[in-house]
Design a binder for this molecule. Structure first.
Ligand SMILES: Nc1nc2c(ncn2[C@@H]2O[C@H](COP(=O)(O)OP(=O)(O)OP(=O)(O)O)[C@@H](O)[C@H]2O)c(=O)[nH]1
Ligand SMILES: [Mg+2]
Ligand SMILES: [Zn+2]
Length: 356
């Protein structure tokens, strides 16, 4: 097992450095499976995985039979970016994630979908064409709020927008997050993203269909590996060209996960609005006369006062109130589900979403 602790070939795939807390946790599991070796999921298919190991960039691996049971929780199955232990081509265990980008899955029962695991940074892509939507960016930031993952806003199609740089500055100031305007088809332009693409770092690309995720992926790779397609002229909508997630090794030494454009971004209930682009409103709320102020029509409401003075935008506040409601609803759905299935507790689950 010791050979995996400080292994440069694994570190090139994002394996944590020796001595880090997450490695110490993983070592315990490694000793439980003395015959197993680690690998990172680079793609997930219907009934098998593509895994990268210290000796091979892409090999096919089978999921444990338990994962194929219909009622097995989706978030306990490996996803792109996950580290697994293998014996031969059989996956025997999933190593605990140090970060995860999750959303609530569509459907009647509460389920979490893990979009990418063990990533340091998420690039939130938004086109400076008809795709531009500050509210959608806020929603992504909310999903990332408790994940320990660094968000970076990447405004694409800068070559088609005269005010691209100024807009990136405004977005960054309003949301309190780094933002860059780029032309994803130009390698010089995307070089501003290099600080997040250092060796061993893992980055996932998210954003609507047509935002330019696969275009950015190809430019960073220096060759066309992902298919791209033109957006609809009328409304700049994409055509859902990418249909599955894939992890690539970049020439810079970073790992990059391209994802399909997402139509729905529902919170899981684990989010915290103050970390998700709404720090301004949460800070104002501290100054409201009533601690449980709903910011609707209470006297002494600092949020309404900021709205009236023009310090706060109406849309930003409305979206805050809407998302707050969604997070509360998701949390109560999750709690209701817990009552139906004893033996799990919220605190464990919350901690597992954080970096350890
Ligand atoms: N001019 C210009 N076109 C871009 C830029 N980024 C993407 N495009 C174009 O936008 C279209 C959609 O790009 P894709 O990379 O396929 O978008 P995607 O985000 O991967 O979309 P899905 O896979 O459907 O989720 C393609 O025609 C790209 O050439 C950019 O920065 N500038
Ligand atoms: Mg794509
Ligand atoms: Zn208030």
């Amino acid at each position: 097992m010791m050979e995996y602790i400080d292994n440069p070939a694994l570190q090139a795939l994002g394996w944590p450095k020796a001595g880090t807390l997450q490695q110490l946790r993983w070592q315990t599991l490694l000793t439980q499976y003395p015959l197993a070796y680690p690998g990172r999921v680079i793609a997930q298919h219907r009934d098998c995985y593509q895994v990268a190991t210290a000796t091979q960039f892409s090999m096919q691996a089978q999921a444990p039979s338990a994962w194929r049971q219909p009622h097995y929780r989706a978030q306990k199955r490996a996803t792109t970016g996950d580290w697994v232990l293998l014996e031969g081509t059989q996956i025997v265990s999933l190593l605990p994630r140090y970060t995860a980008l999750c959303r609530a899955a569509a459907g009647e029962h509460y389920q979490q979908q893990v979009i990418a695991a063990n990533i340091d940074t998420v690039f939130i892509l938004c086109g400076l064409d008809g795709d531009f939507n500050l509210r959608r960016i806020e929603r992504y930031l909310l999903l990332l709020s408790q994940s320990g993952i660094t968000p970076v806003i990447v405004l694409t199609k800068a070559d088609q927008c005269e005010k691209a740089t100024a807009l990136a500055q405004t977005v960054s100031a309003e949301l309190g997050v780094a933002a860059h305007a780029v032309n994803t088809l130009d390698s010089r332009s995307v070089s501003v993203l290099e600080p997040w693409l250092q060796p061993g770092m893992s980055v996932a690309l998210v954003g609507s269909s047509g935002a330019g995720k696969s275009s950015l992926c190809n430019t960073l790779l220096g060759e066309v590996r992902m298919k791209t397609a033109r957006v609809r002229q009328r409304d700049a909508r994409g055509r859902h060209t990418t249909t599955h997630r894939a992890l690539w090794l970049l020439p810079t030494g970073a790992c990059l996960i391209d994802t399909p454009g997402m139509r729905e971004l529902k919170p899981t209930g684990d989010e915290a609005l103050e970390n998700g682009g709404f720090a301004d409103i949460e800070a104002l709320a501290q100054r409201c006369r009533f601690t449980d102020c709903t910011h609707h029509n209470e006297p002494g409401c600092a949020v309404r006062a900021a709205l009236e003075s023009g310090e706060l935008s109406v849309d930003h506040l409305h979206h805050y109130l809407k998302l707050q409601q969604e997070v509360t609803t998701a949390r109560s759905r999750y709690t209701a589900q817990l009552k139906g299935s004893p033996g799990r507790n919220i605190r464990n689950r919350k901690n597992s979403a954080r970096r350890f």
